[in-house]
Write a protein that binds this ligand. Sequence first.
Ligand code: P6P
Length: 332
Amino acid sequence: MPIKRDGEFVTFGQHIQQQQQNFPQAKGQFSWLMSGITLATKMIAAYVRRAGLIDVWGDEGSVNVQGEAVKKLDIIANDALKRTLGYRGNVGIIASEEDNEPRVLQDVDSDDSYIVMFDPLDGSSNIDVNVSVGTIFTIFRNPPEIEGAEKSVLQPGINQVAAGYVLYGSSTVLVYTCGNGVHQFTLDPQFGAYLLTREDMKMPEHAGVYSVNEAYLHRFPPSYQRYLEWSKDPEGGGFSSRYVGSLVADFHRILVKGGIFLYPPTAAHSGGKLRLMYECNPLAFVAEQAGGVALGAGGKRVMELEPQGIHDRTPLVIGSRKNVDEAMRFLG
Ligand code: P6P
């Protein structure tokens, strides 16, 4: 049930205002920016929920910078975010999984300018088969002292001001952190508002569930194969397995119930498949704020990886602290 204070539901906007009080230097610009993201995700949810009734299944016909076939809903989601963020007036630069280069929306003229990066519709190939998909976003300050969009966006994840995702699942939930805990909101389709449903979420310290694409097992490095064999062994971890194939859905289950998600290096993706800037960094920020762990290339903390390019990829091991510690006994 939504969390009520004084008999009133707590909306996302109210919650952000309360959070702002922890940042005296903020001038309400941040909450105005966040309202652009929530507005876009409400638009995306409206399309996702009517897929099949309106023509949004299938490919749009082009191939994106990732070399992936662009889905019709990818375009809709990307355009919605660019449009709503473009009107905010305090977003200096945006970068999207769907676009080759970051886009400068306006010149930086104040210290209240932000960079927003996003994967507009992660897992969009699942739309046609009605499996959950998600929007992932991350927010950095836009440093006026750095010239050029390319350099401004290449910041390590520890610089994130806020991050989160919207999961278009059995319900539409928004999960975010701005460094002061992790909070979940559920979109009430009647109100058209995100209402607080979980506050200060903590990831369980351990769960007997691993999440990985087993089809690639023999293409993983031997250390990952040994860990996964141990996980399955009744004398070892004795784990169960859950894998949706949609990162936000797999991560959200681990945030709520615990466990571990792995996307190791493979022959096809020796540097990992998942993108550092707008998939792994935001989920790592949420995971750490909820007491979890997120490790990337070389077993390093994801949020300390220094990006070389906006579309960098990294292997990912993310989840409950004790689960990751167990795994690193094999992988470290
Ligand atoms: P695979 C979706 O395409 C995605 O980027 C993530 O949402 C998901 O975790 C991953 O790819 C699934 O990859 O190789 O298991 O199909």
